[in-house]
Write a protein that binds this ligand. Sequence first.
Ligand code: ATP
Ligand code: MG
Length: 427
Amino acid sequence: MEGFKAQLLLVLIEKINLGIIVLDAALRIQHWNAFVAERCAIPLEQASGQPFVEIFPQAHSPAFARIVELAHGDSQHVYNHWLEMPPLKLQANSPESDRLALQSNLFFPFNTPDGSQYFGLVVYDTSVVAQANEQLKAALKALGSKQAEQDQLLRKLETANSQLLQSEKMAAIGQLAAGVAHEINNPIGYVFSNLKTLDGYVRDLLKIVDAVEGVADLDELRQLKRNLEYDYIRGDVAALISESEDGIDRVKRIISALKDFSHIEEDEFRPADLHRGLDTTLNVVNNELKYKAEVIKEYGELPEVECIQSQINQVVMNLLVNAAHAIEQFGRITLRTGRDEDWVWVEVEDTGGGIETKLLNRIFEPFFTTKPVGKGTGLGLALSYNIMQKHSGSIEVHSEVGVGTRFRLNLPIAQPSAKPEQDGSSL
Ligand SMILES: Nc1ncnc2c1ncn2[C@@H]1O[C@H](COP(=O)(O)OP(=O)(O)OP(=O)(O)O)[C@@H](O)[C@H]1O
Ligand SMILES: [Mg+2]
């Protein structure tokens, strides 16, 4: 029975997919199994009794000496992983066994029943794991450089974006300036020409007044008045003056709207009760609304919203006035509010004439108006758009011709604070 067990163990040792080498106390080779034999250029018969370090010259190293010292002195099992220390490499005897370049070893002392000391050396082939690990490392490295590339691209994109924004801003300023010039040019033109006409009229009127001193009789004076078309002048002066006043008034309105533009930076962001602001605004524009529409309030639950309230009121006022203007006879204006996670929204919906699809992307342009000359400046929505941008919010429009229009303002409850730059180096 004992003999069978010994045989069983021998077969096991030969079949196991691990290298097993037995050394005596002086580290001379006593035995190795088939796993080692297959991978070693020297046959066991020749190696038997030879010092281990002579057959495996790679073992002639401080690392191996240390392993022996540990196993010998403290009777420890010393595991040597290829990642931690240079492995003991078995001599390759076929190209295929290159794969075995990476090995882990277990070195341990043991005593036979008669008390003699031996050492066991178990060799694991860890090349597959190691290769996988190497591939993983390479993949990680590639990923790292891809990440760096992406970061760089992102930075480039950010720069390009800010340049684009800058140039868009410049274009917007250019557009605004061109618009202002165009809008002001017209009233200034006719006020100027009216002034010239008035200048001529005043000269003629002065001639008549001066003549009072020198004329012989009233008939002569009447004749002069007829010659100088006094009646016509009389009628025209009032018209010219009223038209000029209108012109100047229009310029004044454009200038005050422009002032609003340039004052957007002013005032502070503060938590505000939007509903109160909406109610105040409704009161202010009530006169404009009451003959045109029934106003319906559908307020939701709103927290305090960090904003510049006067500016939000101004936006809502523009929307309400526009809504009233869009209604021909009498209609309905609905003022709705609500909350969506970290955002709130305000909607102004009317049952007015609607906006043609092709005009929808123009209504936010400065000076775009479909209202008759002298009625609208076309700055209301452009100003509103700017204000919403300043609030890190947005303004949307949905419109259907003949049905009505709905404007929606989206506002963050808290303004995004200036976040510190993330440099990605804190991994
Ligand atoms: N609720 C609405 N229904 C239909 N059209 C609208 C509505 N709101 C705006 N519009 C269209 O958008 C144009 C631009 O509006 P915006 O408020 O910017 O200027 P405006 O009302 O014409 O002039 P201002 O507001 O300076 O007096 C309007 O002329 C109109 O054609
Ligand atoms: Mg308007």
